[in-house]
Every structure is written in C-alpha cells, then in structure tokens.
Design a protein around this ligand. Structure first.
Ligand code: ADP
Ligand code: ZN
Ligand code: ZN
Length: 743
C-alpha cells in the first residue's frame, strides 16, 4: 500500500500542511508527485482537489483514520508535476514553506478584486462632441463631471477610466450616462494587448551575419542531436544576440515545442516586445508585473491550452505552464532583478536550469557583461560558451576616454561636467547628434541633512533617511511617513539645513544652463512614475524630440538609439563605494552597458567616463571594453575573500517589533548554527543594513561555505528548531541564499 501527502489549498498561507491519504491500488500507477487529485475532505467528505507532494510506503498516521484518494483529475498533465518538483526545488534551495513555493510557481485565480483596465473614447465625431459640450454648458446646474470628461476627450483620443474617475474626479454615473447616450465608448482592455500587426511588418527577416549564424547553428545542431545544454552567449553590446535567440526560437517552435524568454522588466519596452511580435505574431504572449493575478492566470491558461508558444516576461514568466517546453532564454543574464526579493528568494538562472532539466529543454543565457557565476561555469565547461566579438553591422565599438575628476577639480572646474565632456557635447549638439548622460542614482538622493553638524533627518519608524519633495514635505520611501520639512536642525539648532538635490535633477539644471538651446529629457524614478512615463520618454528621445537624455541606470538597458554618438558617465565611482561585494561587478556592468549605447548607428561613438578613481580595475577594464581582464581580477578577489561564485553565502534575517527579542533570537540561531556546523564561518549577528523598517527591528547572520548543501542543511536545522521553539514566537526568520543585496 502507498500513502500520499496532499496539499489542498495553496492560497492559504497558514494551511501549510499536508494531509495523508491512502493511494487505492487501482490508482497506484496514476499517482505521482505533482498530480492533481480529488479527495474526500472533512466531516462531510466534501470532494475537493489537491496536489500530491509526497509519496511513501509507511503511513505516518493511524491507518484506520485515513481515507482513500477518490480519483485523479483528468487533464492534470505532466506539467503540474514538473511545477511541483520546481516548487520543491525552490523550497529546498532557497528556503520557504511548501505553500509559498507552490504559490510562486502556480498562479492562483483570485476572483475578487480582479481589475480590468477600462478605457474611454469618443463614440461620435469631434464636431458632434463639441456640440454636446455646448449643449451641456447651456443647461443650468449641468454635471461638471461630464463637462470635464468631454473637454478631456476633445484633447486626447483615449482616457484611462482610473484617470477619469480619480484625477479628473468624474463620477462613474456621469461616464455611464454619456455611454448610454452613445457619446462615448468604454472598452475593457488588457494591459498588454497583442497589437494589430500590419501585413508588411510581418516576417521582415534579418539575415544573420557569420558570427550570429555560427552561434545559432551550434545550438540548433545540438538540439537536433537531442543534446540539451545550457549556453552562455557573451556578445558585445549591439552584437545582435536577440536575433540569435529568435533564430533558435523559430527552430524550437517548428519542432512543436515552446519557449520562455526572460527579459528584465526594465528592458521590456515597446521596442523589445514589438521585435518578438513582428517575428512570431499571435504565438507570443507577454507577461509584466503590472498585471493582476487574474490576468497572469489567464495568460498561463493560454499557455497551457497551447494557444501560444512563446512567453516573454520578467522572472516570473519562468513558471509558464508549457507542457512541451523546449527552450528557456535569459537575456541580460547578469541583471540583479533575476533574483527574487520575496520568499522564496530564488534566482531565475539556477531555477531555469533546473526546470530545463525536468523538461529536457535547453537554456540560453545572454549578456555583454556576464555575471561572475555564469562566466565561471562557462569556463569550467558546465555551460557552453559562445562569443560574439563584433557588432551586428560591423560598427566599431565606441571609443572611450577617462576623465580624472581630481585633476578637473584641481584646475578649478567644480561642475559636474568636465571640460572635455562639455567640448564634445557642444560638438554633437552642433552636428544635431544625440547625447546620453548617465548618473547612477544610488548615493546621490535628495536626503536632508545639516551642513553644520552633519545630522541626517531620518524616518522615526525606519532606519532610512527622509527625502525632500517639491511640495515641501519630507517622506519616507519605505513606510510613507510624511512630515513638513524643518527649517532648523533638530540636533544642533543650526538653520543651515537642506537637501541635496537628486543628482539627475541637478544635472539637468546644469546642462540647461550650459546649453540653453538644447532640448533635454530626464528619466529617473521621479519622471517615470506615470503609467507610461518610461515609454513616453524613450520614444520621444528615439523620435529625436530631444538632444540630450539624462538618466539613471534605467536609460542604459537595451535601448537602441542610432543617433546617439556621445555617452557621458558623470560619476563612475558611485557604485564602487558601496559596501557590497558586487560593487565592482555592478560598476563594470553599468559602465559597459552605458558605453555600449554610443555609436550604434552609422556614426562612430565616444564615451566619456568621469571618475575619481581612474585606476580602478572596473573602470579601466570597462573603458578598454575588456571583459576578460575584468573577470580575472574580479574572480581573483572573490576567490581570495571566499565570495560567490567561489563560495556560497546564506543570509538569515530575524525580525521583530521588540528589539530585545530580535537580538535574543538571532543570538540563539547563531548558537544553534555553531552546534550544527562547528567549522562553518559565521558573521554576525548584527543589525541589518536597515536595522529598523516600519518599526520592525532586523538582525542578520551570514554564513559562508563552498558546499551549498551544507548551507541547506543549516537552513533545515533552523526550520526544525523554529517549528519546535516555544520562546520568541513573535519573531520571524527568513533565508536568502547567495544574496544579491546586503540584507
Ligand atoms: P544585442 O541584444 O546584442 O545588444 P540586438 O539583437 O538588439 O543586439 O541588435 C542590435 C541591433 O542590430 C538591432 O537593431 C538589430 O535589429 C540589429 N541587427 C542584429 N543583427 C543584425 C543583422 N544580422 N543584420 C542587420 N541588423 C542586425
Ligand atoms: Zn519609514
Ligand atoms: Zn545640525
């Protein structure tokens, strides 16, 4: 006799519990981990569905009390079992409950609150709308909501329902009224509709160049021979990696298999999405993080039913329930956003490789600046390395100049823009070419501090500095705490208190002063908060409606502006000074990507890197566009200090509203770890990077070992301890394996 552990309702956090059922002999060959079954449940033996998450030969409970599984859900195909195994992988390798892991891989249909976006447009001609408006205005006590709506619709073609009701404060009754009269039209839309394709835009194929061809052929030949591998395509910026992906995708689809393409959210722009649509049309679906759970669910249903064969999306698209998955592509493989910041804190790269193994699929990772993890695996032969040395159309890489800001300062130039950069900007503006100026956001935020004593104003609930807003308030970006800006330092009473403007804002002012005739666009968290802000700025710049685009790391990701011939990196060192061991890698990546924006069209490009550390290896190798030199220095450093990929780190965070309890619990866990693994390297416990957030205190412990499984064992021991522990039940603990950000 066999017994099954069944999890019944994965939408219930607290029900992280499996129930044991008897596997009837006649069902034995149909029951396996991951299969969906119907079971009698509770007193009334209500028939409900659940998933089998474990099988064993000996019952854990009194057999006489166990009930048998009623039946197997018919269309529960292999895909469910793959996803359940994937959930088990997440739980084991990243730490979480089975429920949390299942919810990560299987989207749950939530009927309530399902939000579908509605758009309002005119149903009549502009002329007629004007007449309606005039008529409305002649009425006494006319509905101002209607007036506002009509006026707006005379200006814009479509209006978001939310915008109409919230911003313009048009009562929904007014909108419905106008709809009934046939004046306006309301349409429910998905956030990412499949655009209607023009006939001629279909199938406009690019012929691969020799290097691209060789790369694609290598992968396709392996696939044809039934070899399933993981490839790392290391291709310089603009080498045409996406064309290689698409060529292999076409091959895989022609074999009746499906493809998942992961693209970092920030690079998932209209431009990128259109490339896939024009090539593959209706076979493609897009996921994005603005979708409601219901919308995601619908997309996943389409994938399951075979309606589509390509899913493009960020990290979570990895769990698309394709039943015959042939290929997973991870573009910009090095992007930190591939690591989840919610539990389970999985990494999409490792998880993709695991899913591909289950599905017998191939994986292609692509980057101009591979992560140390991926590159070291490629070197060791675990991944197959494919290199694209040249840009797609043979354009030269941008040439690079380093400006030493210390020398600049010595010569009396205190501006954010060096003399050399200024000279080149003037030249480009005269030639009507475009310029991108890039300033890393981190470290230069609009926080408020005292110039006399250095006191920084912090949120009373969080260990985070407050930010000054234009409306004269100071806000905490973590908990939303808001207070009026003070004029006097609360610490020393000085009135020399003020904010440092966000770097990009300051830079915009300087550029406008320096070149009053230049048209300047700025792109950062402030200017892109609107729904399409991001997209609008990029398309305006692409249409040459501006000469200079100023921005944070947002502007360096995967955009292709042919007319940009100058890229200025204002302060290359900012990310170097972070305490994180990734700082060298991040700097190198950002610089390389930024430099890669220049000279993509016919004109050659120049990049100017301004820095206080012109000799730093990350700066020097980025300027020389020499990945290998960067890699070997960085790898040596990681090896010396036992950081990933040369070793593994487990971060454990303990949080509690009572500070003493957080401290005591973390101390207990540290002791436990020492007992379980006396040899292991323990760092901490110490306060987390943000020691307090939303009035919750946070302590952190790090342990290091080259054996990942040893870290998993420690996690399991802690889990066991937490389950049995009676004390400090008000604390919570979570895990982060090989964390990307300082906890
Ligand atoms: P990457 O992802 O490596 O930065 P892309 O795939 O985005 O590069 O390609 C950069 C640009 O070059 C795109 O505009 C693309 O359409 C173009 N391109 C790529 N390969 C070719 C080719 N073989 N012939 C012509 N244009 C190409
Ligand atoms: Zn706060
Ligand atoms: Zn002060």
């Amino acid at each position: 006799m066999k017994y099954a552990d069944i999890i019944i309702d994965i939408s219930h956090e607290r029900l992280d519990k499996t129930f044991e059922y008897i596997v009837p002999t006649e069902l034995e060959n149909q029951i396996y981990e991951g299969v969906q079954v119907v079971i009698p449940f509770g007193q009334g033996n209500r028939a409900i569905t659940g998933y089998v998450v474990g099988l064993h030969d000996k019952p854990e409970f009194d057999v006489t009390k166990l009930k048998p599984i009623a039946r197997v859900v018919k269309d529960s195909i292999a895909i469910e079992s793959q996803l359940i195994s994937l959930a088990a992988f997440l739980k084991r390798n990243y730490g979480s409950t089975m429920n949390q892991a299942l919810k990560t891989v299987i989207p749950i249909k939530r009927k309530e609150n399902e939000k579908i976006k509605k758009e309002i447009s005119l149903n009549v001609s502009l002329e007629q709308a004007k007449i309606e408006l005039t008529e409305l205005l002649t009425k006494k006590n006319h509905a101002v909501g209607k007036e506002r709506l009509l006026r707006q619709l005379l200006e814009v073609d479509v209006l978001d329902w939310e915008l109409a009701t919230k911003k313009l404060q048009v009562p929904s009754a007014n909108i419905r009224d106008l709809e009934k009269k046939g004046i306006i039209h309301i349409e429910s839309v998905r956030t990412f509709r499949n655009p209607h394709l023009q006939e001629d835009s279909n199938k406009k194929h690019i012929t691969l160049n020799d290097e691209q061809e060789a790369a694609a052929e290598t992968i396709k030949a392996n696939i044809d021979m039934g070899r399933r591998k993981t490839y790392l395509i290391h291709g310089v910026t603009g080498s045409g990696k996406t064309e290689v992906y698409m060529d292999v995708m076409e091959h895989v689809i022609s074999m009746g298999q499906q493809v998942i393409v992961l693209i970092p959210e920030i690079a998932l722009t209209y431009q990128t999405v259109m490339r896939f649509y024009t090539r593959f049309g209706d076979k493609v679906s897009i996921l994005n993080s603005r979708m409601s759970p219901g919308e995601r669910f619908d997309q996943f249903e389409r994938a399951k039913s075979g309606e589509i064969s390509i899913m493009v999306g960020p990290r979570s698209a990895l769990f698309t329930p394709f039943s015959n998955l042939g290929l997973i592509i991870i573009d910009e493989e090095h992007e930190p956003s591939y690591k989840s910041e919610v539990i389970p804190r999985y990494h999409a790269r490792e998880t993709a490789v695991y899913r591909a193994k289950l599905a017998n699929a191939s994986v292609i990772l692509g980057s101009a600046t591979p992560s140390l993890e991926a590159y070291s695996r490629a070197r060791s032969g675990e991944y197959q390395l494919i290199t694209l040395h040249n840009r797609a159309m043979g354009q030269d890489m941008a040439s690079c100049e380093i400006v030493d800001l210390r020398a600049e300062l010595k010569s009396g130039n205190r501006s954010m823009i060096s003399r050399r950069l200024r000279e080149l900007m003037a030249d480009r503006l005269a030639k009507k070419q475009q310029i991108m100026l890039f300033l890393n956001r981190r470290g230069l935020m609009g926080f408020v501090s005292c110039r006399e004593c250095g006191h920084v104003l912090k949120c009373p609930h969080c260990d985070v500095s407050l930010h000054l807003h234009r409306d004269g308030t100071m806000k905490c970006h973590y908990c939303g705490f808001t207070t009026r800006a003070t004029k006097i330092c609360p610490s020393c009473g000085s009135k020399y208190i003020g904010s440092f403007k966000a770097g990009t804002q300051r830079l915009e002012e300087i550029v406008k002063e320096m070149f009053p005739q230049a048209r300047v666009l700025r792109m950062d968290a402030d200017t892109t908060s609107g729904k399409n802000g991001h997209e609008e700025i990029l398309s305006a710049f692409a249409a040459h409606e501006a000469d200079v685009l100023i921005g944070t790391q947002m502007i360096v990701k995967g955009h292709d502006f042919a007319n940009v011939t100058l890229v200025g990196i204002i302060a290359a060192d900012i990310s170097l000074n972070e305490s994180d061991y990734h700082s060298g890698e991040r700097t190198f990546q950002l610089l390389t990507q930024a430099v890669g924006r220049a000279g993509r069209g016919s004109e050659p490009g120049i990049a100017v890197i301004q820095t206080y550390q012109p000799d730093n290896y990350a700066v020097v190798s980025a300027a020389a566009q020499d990945y290998d030199s960067f890699y070997s220095q960085e790898f040596g450093f990681r090896n010396l200090l036992s950081y990933p990929p040369c070793s593994h780190i487990l971060g454990i965070q303990v949080s509690c509203e009572k500070q003493q309890d957080a401290v005591a619990q973390a101390d207990l866990l540290a002791k436990l770890i020492k007992n379980v693994e006396p040899e292991i390297v323990i760092m901490g416990p110490e306060d987390a990077y943000y020691g307090k957030l939303k009035d919750v205190y946070r302590r952190v412990i790090y342990i290091k070992d080259d054996d990942y499984d040893k870290l998993v064992r420690v996690k399991d021991e802690i889990d066991k301890f937490l389950l049995e522990q009676k004390q400090y039940r008000n604390t919570s603990t979570w895990f982060d394996f090989d964390p990307i950000n300082t906890l």
